[in-house]
Design a protein around this ligand. Structure first.
Ligand code: B12
Length: 445
């Protein structure tokens, strides 16, 4: 692609919001969970370049920006908003670049709407792209799998004046060794797990602390992918006196010493992908190594170590029945989960599961940009598609009644010792309830 020299060397990065069920962009007063991609990409720019980050959920998009490049990420069903934003910017003559999960999983689709598509991890391709742009020889596609997982300190400063929560994102490793067929991470990384040098991770955490934050979100996909590494990292994090949250596989609870080390390092909340309480359903999604019969004990152990447990579960695996799905409610109510979340089984484009469903002719929604976490878009062997979507809301409604919310948050004795934590989870649960009543799939974005 031939381009002339820019008037101003500046990139605008836009983190798109999502649409609600009436096609209105979701707007909020505060955004708690911030992605790390843009602070990282901004840090990788040459010194004479400027960067601006727009978090659309809490900010207006500056369509008349003086930036010469506009970078937009794509995540799940937010991809539809990414495409609409790209159209607006391209109509104003901007060069629009897409990167992130959707660019990686379905680059040929992204190419229809974006000038440049960056597949995969961009630590090496992003500087190459900017150099190509300056040389007037921008390519249509860049594809990267960095040999080493290293990078400069993220430009957290670009986020500081925004209405964000009291924590910043940090990353130690990416990818996951598990092979769950529905998961985008498995389909992007194919079992590859890359980790950064411990000293580099600590450098970023120290930077977060220097900026006045006492908490961080370790956005890794599975912090126990390499237990030995986590043990070493946690021993060092413990010395920094920070608090943090993350997500990982339930394997953590099987290693009591590692669990204690993670808790002693300041971890106070973890999210587990429990997926289902039906063993047959777990086998069906390649997760037969997990046994739902162990879940209550696993949660008890983790909570006993001082870490609150949130969960992610799937509604509508082929082997699910109406009864097995409704029994999920009993499981949740009988366990010590503090923030249970559910997603309708969705074939994310670019995943193995999508290909399988497409070949079987089971996808009933032809427009992939209309996929959402709350609406069934594939046929199910025993539950009608509409009924499945309704079951999803029914589970949520039953789990998020006011008495149940109170019982799993501030009425828990352990929150007496940590009232601010209890209030945080109460607020989160009430917010989810508010979203459920408006038929918005609970999310923390
Ligand atoms: C933090 C996080 C969030 C945060 C922040 C969101 C954000 N927009 O950044 C919150 C909680 C808000 C969120 C929300 C959602 N998320 Co999310 N999220 C993550 C998580 C855990 C980490 C992302 C991150 O910061 N990684 C660290 C950075 C450095 O890595 P990276 O994002 O991959 O970026 C690198 C490259 O991809 C590339 N890159 C990324 N973006 C761009 C953009 C440009 C222009 C370029 C050039 C390059 C580039 O450069 C980076 C450096 O190599 C990932 C899991 C994961 N490992 O990615 C899920 C993940 C990305 N999320 C996912 C989903 C589905 C969602 C939601 C749709 C969930 C929902 N139901 O609401 C929403 C959509 C929000 C939105 N508006 O986009 C899926 C995406 C699946 C898919 N196929 O797209 C993931 C992969 C989780 C999963 N296991 O399925 N998410």
């Amino acid at each position: 692609m031939k381009v002339s020299a820019p008037a101003r060397k500046k990139v605008l990065f836009v983190q798109p919001t999502i649409y609600d069920d009436r096609d209105r962009p979701v707007k909020k007063g505060k955004l708690y969970f911030i992605g790390l991609a843009y602070p990282v990409l901004a840090a990788l720019l040459p010194p004479d370049w400027e960067a601006e980050i727009c978090l659309e959920t809490i900010e207006d998009v500056p369509f008349d920006t003086d930036a010469c490049l506009v970078g937009i990420g794509g995540m799940g069903h937010a991809a539809r908003r990414s495409v609409d934003l790209a159209k607006e910017f391209r109509a104003r003559g901007k060069i629009v670049i897409m990167g992130g999960p959707m660019a990686t999983l379905v680059p040929e689709l992204a190419e229809k709407y974006f000038d440049v598509v960056v597949e995969g991890d961009a630590e090496e391709t992003w500087p190459e792209l900017v150099a190509d742009f300056e040389a007037g020889s921008l390519k249509r596609r860049y594809k990267g799998v960095p040999a080493r997982f290293t990078r400069p300190i993220p430009r957290y400063d670009l986020l500081l004046k925004k209405k964000i929560g009291d924590f910043l994102p940090v990353q130690a490793g990416r990818g996951c060794p598990e092979t769950c067929s529905f998961c985008s991470i498995h389909c992007m990384y194919r079992g590859r797990y890359q980790r950064r040098d411990i000293e580099e991770v600590l450098r970023d955490i120290r930077e977060v602390k220097r900026l006045g934050f006492r908490k961080f979100l370790l956005i890794d996909d599975n912090i126990v992918s390499e237990p030995e590494y986590m043990r070493e990292l946690c021993a060092e994090i413990a010395k920094l006196g920070m608090e943090w949250m993350s997500q990982c596989s339930i394997e953590l609870a099987r290693d009591e010493e590692l669990l204690a080390t993670v808790a002693a390092a300041g971890c106070y909340a973890l999210s587990f992908g429990l997926e289902s309480v039906n063993p047959e359903s777990l086998r069906h999604i390649n997760k037969g190594w997990a046994d739902p019969a162990d879940y209550p004990e696993i949660i008890r152990k983790v909570v006993g170590a001082g870490i609150e447990v949130a969960s992610e579960m799937i509604v509508g695996i082929d082997t699910d029945t109406k009864e097995s799905l409704l029994s999920t409610v009993d499981f949740v109510l009988g366990s010590d989960l503090v923030a249970p979340k559910f997603y309708v089984m969705t074939p994310i484009p670019g995943t193995d599961f999508y290909r399988e469903m497409k070949e079987a002719g089971r996808i009933v929604e032809p427009d992939v940009f209309r996929f959402s976490p709350s609406r069934a878009v594939i046929t199910h062997p025993s539950i009608a598609t509409e009924e499945l979507s309704e079951l999803y809301w029914e589970i949520y409604r039953r789990v998020y009644t006011l008495p149940r919310i109170l019982r799993r948050t501030i009425l828990k004795r352990r929150f007496l010792a940590h009232p601010s934590r209890g209030l945080f989870f109460l607020g989160l649960n009430l917010y989810y309830r508010y979203q459920i009543r408006r038929r918005i799939a609970p999310n923390i974005m």
